[in-house]
Design a protein around this ligand. Structure first.
Ligand code: PEP
Length: 252
């Protein structure tokens, strides 16, 4: 039995004051919701104050990115050790916005995922096809390549990863995947994970859906057998909406 996970990705939004307010509201809102794990991923500048605020509660802290090297001359970058100092539990790696705008490829995503695991945190590894790839019937080919490229080198440790299926055409577009599309992709991904870590371990891994998750859509998505929660962007910036999503995923 997999405990669902709902993660709010705040992206480059919320300065420190706003981040503290948002985190406080989410913390209170999810405090009594059982049967689901919840994390928020503020921008780097708000990790420390948000982490201090939610420490000892059930809300977990995540980061949106990390550098693959442990330290060194990488101006402007943040290391795994720096994130673990702040008690981050999760680190998103390979988000499509980083793949697109910052040219991150599967090899780099794999190095980041390995670094996060070595640092004692869980990577949330994002994969997903573009609209052109879907329309060309290449969704499975793309997902297969991304899973192999991002997780293949991790060996059995890949079982510690949270995978996020985020079709690029659904991110920030208001065009949510249908439950059938999500289930098909998630089942395909779980079968690829089984090839890497074995069937039993793959059954224990969480695969989140991300892409324009909204309260009205999330119930049907979360009821799919291979959908284990959500990675929520825009809708995580309004605490009542995010808390409602958490409540629905928990079946509360
Ligand atoms: C995301 O940032 O991972 C995401 C899915 O964004 P949105 O929910 O806004 O589509």
């Amino acid at each position: 039995m997999r405990t669902p996970l709902v993660v709010g990705n705040w992206k480059m939004n919320a300065r420190v004051g706003a981040a503290i307010e948002l985190a406080a509201e989410v913390k209170t809102g999810v405090a009594e919701i059982d049967g689901v794990e919840v994390a928020v991923c503020p921008p780097f500048t708000a990790l420390k104050p948000v982490g201090d605020l939610i420490r000892y509660g059930r809300l977990r802290l995540g980061a949106q990115n990390v550098h693959a090297e442990p330290d060194g001359a990488f101006t402007g970058e943040i290391s795994v050790g720096m994130l673990s100092d702040l008690a981050c539990a999760y680190v998103i790696v390979g988000h499509s916005e980083r793949r697109t705008h910052f040219h991150e490829d599967d090899a780099l995503v794999a190095r980041k995922a390995a670094a996060v695991l070595a640092g004692g945190m869980r990577p949330i590894v994002c994969v997903g096809e573009t609209l052109a790839e879907r329309e060309a019937g290449r969704t499975e080919e793309v997902l297969r390549r991304q899973v192999a490229g991002s997780l293949g080198a991790l060996g059995a440790q890949a079982g510690e990863v949270v995978l996020a299926y985020e079709p690029v055409w659904a991110i920030g577009t208001g065009r949510t995947a249908t439950p059938e599309q999500a289930q098909a992709a998630h089942a395909f991904l779980r079968a690829r994970l089984a090839e890497l870590v074995g069937g039993e371990a793959a059954q224990g891994m969480r695969i989140l859906y991300g892409g324009s998750v909204q309260p009205a859509k999330v119930g049907d998505l979360a009821r799919q057998p291979d959908v284990d929660g959500g990675l929520v962007g825009g809708a995580s910036l309004a605490a009542p909406t995010f808390v409602e999503i958490v409540r629905i995923v928990a079946g509360d």
